[in-house]
Design a protein around this ligand. Sequence first.
Ligand code: SAM
Length: 247
Amino acid sequence: MTDARLYHDLAQYWPLISEPEEYAEAAGIIRATLREKLGDGPRALLDLGVGGGHLLSHLTADFDAAGVDLSAEMLAQSRALNPTVEHHIGDMRSIRLDRKFDAVLIHDAILYLLSEADLRSTLQTAKAHLRPGGVLIMCPDWFREYFPDGFVSHRTRRRGDTSLTYIEYVYDPDPADTTVQTIMFFVIRDGGEVRVEQDTHTLGVFEKQTWLALTEEAGFTVETRPYVKADYGQMVTMIVGVRDSSL
Ligand SMILES: C[S@@+](CC[C@H](N)C(=O)[O-])C[C@H]1O[C@@H](n2cnc3c(N)ncnc32)[C@H](O)[C@@H]1O
């Protein structure tokens, strides 16, 4: 999903849509899980779909990190926030860096995988960048079993002379397929001027069993953990895979 306005001409508003502080709880759970699996000491982490690097900003003190994203505008924001991180433009379904990591993280960007073929190719990317025994963490906002069809969220944030009201509606036009839609409205007030922008994103939705089966099939020993409470009230699930040593 490369043409999403949010990640291109509207990317400058990302810090008003989702502030880095909002990711502290999620980052704490991810850090604790990685420490439990990998032990203490310096570790290398690859964030696929790093976006503005808001979540990653909570992990750079503990991990030697690299980030990948499709959007040059989002990468520029992450570079500014995370100057010690190595950034690469690329697609998580196909990118190959000449480097192995102790951990691969795919946070909310995982929602942009729309088919089982997308999941399979991204799992191969994760495996290709992990040493044996390395850990993969994936954080989908929903499974098919608890997709919040028709949920509306909204927020208003201000920075200097700019205020942004962001309204998001998620729905599933066809429960028989693996995609859902979000419609986003941005009411942007810059000084005296108010304008409204709109964006639509197609996101993926899969059953829990599909995630687990495809992760195992790719060569991971998989488990799930409670993660954080979503805006729509559900405690969502984190998928943790350990790359099999025999592969
Ligand atoms: C919600 S944003 C990520 C925000 C990020 N978690 C943060 O803390 O700032 C989703 C990102 O996924 C990226 N993305 C979507 N599909 C991708 C793909 N196939 N490969 C790499 N990045 C992708 C988008 O460009 C966007 O920057």
